[in-house]
Ligand binder design. Structure first.
Ligand SMILES: NC(=O)c1ccc[n+]([C@@H]2O[C@H](COP(=O)([O-])OP(=O)(O)OC[C@H]3O[C@@H](n4cnc5c(N)ncnc54)[C@H](OP(=O)(O)O)[C@@H]3O)[C@@H](O)[C@H]2O)c1
Length: 284
């Protein structure tokens, strides 16, 4: 775990420290939004003055894809303007900037997982705002590292607002789960992601890196794996996406990623560990 990895005398400032990822990080300064608001330049300047960071880990974002689609102004404000504000000060003060991005920057038409060398072409508001954030960072900050990650599971109180904990609770209750079979992603354990971020932050690497547990899966594959690992007796039904006829939100069929530069353990190994954790801690 990141506990063993010290940053010596480096000071690290983290935005979005209370979130699903940030809450699992045990280094650096994590001022709450009331103190460090990425939309308030003065609060950013004050935090930089106070902590004199050698690196900023920028996690703060509007992440919920459906909310971004329904409130694009809010998504652009947080993910583009907020990222611009952070990038600007990093560029001016020569601070290393590490940014967490997403596979939603791709259009999902590829048949195999996306590599760092593939071109981005986002389909929805969330993906577009994160991609614009990437472009701004590349433009303003020489010492930058963009880490694109996948379908996250695990992580504190805010953990698993998405799928894994939801599936787990439904399985505990013996409910039938309807899971998409024809969209693929890179399921990634927040604790593994944090370990990877910690390692890469300490390195001198710059540029863009895909940081995900290895292997791709659909939600159906994940649910089936969880069912087997937890020895549950719930039922899982495969469903197919029909290009979101009833919602504005467009998503591609391939959201999985792969890296030539770093590889985390297979998602199944990480998921098994997480399920054992849930079995011990979540009573139904
Ligand atoms: N979760 C995923 O599946 C996933 C996948 C790929 C990439 N990512 C990326 O990973 C990063 C972290 O995601 P997450 O899941 O940890 O997000 P999260 O749980 O939704 O947390 C978002 C964080 O951003 C903070 N925030 C929002 N607006 C802010 C503002 N104006 N000023 C300061 N802080 C603000 C929130 O503060 P409050 O607590 O005050 O609301 C919270 O700490 C994001 O950049 C996201 O795009 C996430």
């Amino acid at each position: 775990m990141s506990k063993n990895i010290s940053f010596q005398n480096q000071s690290i400032l983290i935005t979005g420290g209370s979130g699903m990822v940030g809450s699992q990080i045990d280094f650096g300064k994590k001022p709450p939004r009331s103190v460090l608001n990425i939309l308030d330049e003065k609060s950013i300047q004050n935090a930089v003055k106070k902590y004199r960071p050698s690196a900023i880990l920028h996690l703060a974002a509007l992440v919920d894809m459906q909310i971004c689609e329904n409130s694009p102004e809010l998504a652009y404000e947080t993910n583009v303007l907020g990222t611009y504000n952070i990038a600007k000060i990093c560029g001016e003060k020569n601070i290393r900037l590490v940014f967490l991005s997403t596979g939603a920057v791709f259009n999902g038409r590829k048949k195999t997982p996306y590599m760092e060398t593939d071109s981005a072409s986002p389909l929805n508001v969330y993906g577009r705002t994160k991609y614009i954030g990437e472009i701004i960072i590349k433009d303003l900050v020489k010492n930058h590292l963009i880490l694109r990650t996948g379908w996250l599971f695990g992580g504190g109180k805010k953990g698993d607002k998405k799928f894994a904990l939801k599936f787990f609770k439904m399985m505990q209750k013996g409910e039938t789960i309807f899971a998409i079979q024809n969209r693929y992603g890179s399921p990634t354990y927040v604790l593994d992601l944090v370990q990877g971020i910690t390692k890469l932050m300490r390195s001198r690497l710059t540029g863009t890196i895909h940081l995900v547990n290895s292997g791709t899966a659909s939600y159906f594959d994940i649910a089936r794996f969880m069912l087997k690992s937890g020895k549950f007796s719930a039922k899982i039904r495969a469903i197919k996406i029909l290009n979101h006829a009833s919602t504005k939100l467009k998503r591609g069929k391939m959201e999985g990623m792969k890296s030539k530069k770093i590889s985390l353990r297979p998602w199944q190994e990480a998921m098994r560990e997480y399920i054992n954790y849930l079995i011990k801690h979540i009573k139904h």
